[in-house]
Ligand binder design. Structure first.
Ligand code: GLA
Length: 673
């Protein structure tokens, strides 16, 4: 955004109120220190009341008023919620779900990204918006669409099918190459004509996993094309106004690494659940991801809530102090702006009970007091604007990997890359260690410790990057379910991980899933040795949720494995076994290994889903080997550094003293060292 101080504000939907409320809002915004609002996100129906007739004058008046009051506008292109007349007049713009049901108006985001007519209508509105506002000095950024794919990520209509085929032709060139990539010789799926190639499902049983992964990539690209259509119109009108669209944390439907190349700054919406004691940690995960998607540049917290959302079954408000605490946490992790959904609580509609900066109860409220308090504190933080946070630890994350694993039929339905990335990030956060996320195809050599959670799809190019980092002296921890398939999602032969066995010194010869819920046909009766002469003496370790781990000499080892084990072949004399499984069928077999490399590098392999104790133990050791000190902090306290400032954040419910500073419950202290 074109601001020199931390951006503070909200989505602003003033069309819901009278002109008098606008006057009051501007006065209140000044009181709260609001310097930017996102305007017009859901205004299409008012901006284009009928086909091709634009009415932008009312919006211009509001932009003028805000600008005169010193409030910048993050101006939306308003394409996120098409008006009812559009769907009625052009039904082909409506999305179709997998069962052939057309999704209609009456909510929002009811559009088919591949519809030529929809793209034409979007371009028309965006051209009109650009013509009216691209030279307005009050516009500090463009906010394109809103939360792409949040509600509709795919459409199973004829135009989408046609674009999918075109995408596949560009990707594979020939039908033979597509048949190879999709392994269509299995189950008689070979296609002989491009018209036989269709979007996945509905099908009688398991759909082709390679087709599904390509469909995921195509759907992400189709929406990106739609976004870029708008971006190009806006940039042609005035290249100096930065553009963005709001991401949603890890949200799996879009490849945000790819999307991030097309935004001028990354922005994010996040709503951690205050009822969850790990909410600040979930929030930290998103903040680290957003900073990383932008290549380390500051991001904008585009949406959060001051108090409670309205879309959970029960909506717990943020606790007193948490709004300010978490907002400043985001700044300390790299945010240059803190915005909310929304400025004023709506009088009606689907989000009337969603929190806002100005609550239904008005100014005489705890929420308003905290809103004003944060505004004042953010003005003290201008010195950090534009500065970077540069962690020495990276967690590898790849959307194509997550799609491939999710689409594979077996060996487990859990979304393992997601679960493991969160678990390892959470453990680092609890230890007080900041982390980046990194794409496996990027340069990893600037990190001292690299966590590789469930890199199921390990391409040759990605393996080369990991190899390069370890050769350069990095410590790497690769977890279970890595290196099972290649770039196309085809099985790795000769033992999983064999393509990187030179680094790890191990291969996986058999996955041994645990935590299974046994199939029971007929009556489920307790086993009784008197009546179950055969069955009562049959063990079922696969039904255990966890597996004990011990040191190779049988002594205790901190932590156990959850839901997973693997048969690991150790091929290399340089490998040290750190822990072994201590359960039937895998007893005494390696569970955690490490292979030392020259120049200080080391490659760890963890053949199970380590519990928190186990992750903590591996992290303390690997952080030490990587030369990264674990800070000594009291319970509940985080200490972060950004732009020459130190931030002490007390997440706990008690007053705590750290570095000679008394921190009240859910409070922040900031100072230059
Ligand atoms: C999303 C949307 C907003 C609003 C909030 C409510 O982030 O972008 O328009 O619906 O959710 O939490």
């Amino acid at each position: 955004m074109r601001l020199t101080s931390i951006a503070y504000g909200a989505d602003y939907n003033p069309e819901q109120w009278s002109a008098q409320t606008l006057d009051e809002d501007i006065a209140l915004m000044s009181e709260a220190g609001v310097n930017v609002v996102s305007l017009g996100i859901f205004s299409w129906a008012l901006l284009e009341p009928s086909d091709g007739r634009y009415d932008l004058g009312w919006l211009r008046q509001i932009v003028d008023r805000l600008h005169a009051a010193g409030i910048g506008v993050d101006l939306a292109t308003a394409t996120a919620s098409p008006p009812p007349w559009l769907g009625r007049r052009y039904p082909e713009t409506l999305p179709v779900d997998q069962n052939g049901v057309t999704l209609r108006w009456g909510s929002r985001q009811q559009y088919n990204p591949s519809s030529a007519k929809f793209r034409e209508k979007v371009a028309g509105l965006v051209r009109a918006m650009a013509a009216e506002f691209a030279d307005h000095p009050g516009v500090v950024a463009w906010h394109i669409g809103n939360e792409y794919a949040c509600h509709v990520r795919e459409s199973f209509d004829p135009e989408s099918a046609e674009r999918f085929r075109a995408w596949l032709r560009r990707t594979y060139g020939t039908l033979d190459a597509l048949n190879d990539a999709w392994a269509t010789t299995f189950w008689s799926q070979r296609v002989y004509d491009w018209d036989e190639v269709i979007p996945p499902g509905p099908t009688p049983t398991i759909a082709n996993p390679h087709q599904r992964t390509d469909w995921n990539a195509f759907c992400s690209d189709a929406l990106l094309e739609l976004y870029c259509l708008e971006r190009d119109i806006l940039k042609a009108a005035n290249p100096s106004i930065p553009v963005t669209t709001n991401f949603m944390g890890l949200f799996g439907a879009l490849d945000y690494w790819k999307w991030a190349e097309h935004v001028d700054f990354v922005s994010n919406d996040s709503y951690p659940d205050p009822a969850n004691p790990r909410a600040a940690r979930d929030f930290a995960f998103q903040n680290d991801l957003m900073r990383s998607l932008g290549g380390g540049k500051p991001f904008i917290q585009m949406e959060q809530v001051t108090s409670a959302v309205q879309w959970r079954p029960r909506n717990t408000p943020k606790r007193p102090g948490q709004y300010g605490l978490w907002s400043i946490q985001a700044v300390a992790q790299g945010a240059d702006g803190i915005l909310n959904f929304q400025w004023r609580q709506s009088p009606g509609g689907a989000e009337a009970l969603h929190g806002a900066m100005v609550p239904h109860a008005g100014r005489d409220t705890r929420v308003w007091d905290e809103v004003v308090d944060l505004g004042a504190r953010l003005t003290d933080l201008s010195a950090v604007v534009g500065t970077r946070v540069e962690p020495r630890v990276a967690i590898v994350w790849d959307y194509a990997n997550a799609w491939t694993q999710a689409n594979a039929c077996g060996p487990v339905t859990d979304r393992v890359p997601d679960i493991e990335a969160r678990a390892w990030h959470g453990s680092l956060w609890e230890l007080g260690i900041p982390a980046d996320f990194a794409h496996p195809g990027g340069d990893l050599t600037r990190y001292d410790l690299i966590i590789v959670p469930a890199l199921y799809r390990l391409t040759d190019a990605h393996a080369a990057r990991l190899r390069e980092a370890v050769a350069g002296g990095a410590v790497m921890v690769v977890t279970y379910l890595s290196g099972y398939v290649d770039e196309r999602g085809h099985a790795v032969l000769g033992g999983y991980l064999s393509t990187i066995a030179d680094v790890l010194g191990v291969r996986v010869t058999e996955p041994v899933a645990l935590g299974a819920r046994p199939d029971v046909d007929g009556r489920a009766e307790p086993l009784d040795p008197l009546t179950d002469r055969v069955s009562s003496v049959v063990g079922t370790p696969g039904a255990n949720d966890s597996v004990r781990l011990v040191a190779p000499d049988g002594s205790a080892w901190a932590g156990s494995g959850l839901g997973w084990s693997e048969r690991i072949a150790v091929d290399d004399a340089a490998v040290t076994v750190v822990a072994v499984f201590d359960e039937a069928d895998v007893e005494g077999l390696p569970a955690v290994t490490v292979r030392a490399h020259p120049h200080g590098g080391a490659a760890w392999y963890v053949g199970t889903s380590l519990d928190a104790r186990g992750r903590d133990s591996v992290l303390r050791r690997t952080l030490g080997d990587a030369g990264i000190a674990v800070p000594d902090l009291p319970a509940g306290v985080q200490r972060l550094e950004r732009g020459g400032l130190t931030f002490w954040l007390n997440h706990s419910d008690v007053t705590t003293t750290v570095d000679g500073i008394d921190l009240g419950p859910r409070s922040v202290h900031m100072a230059r060292p």
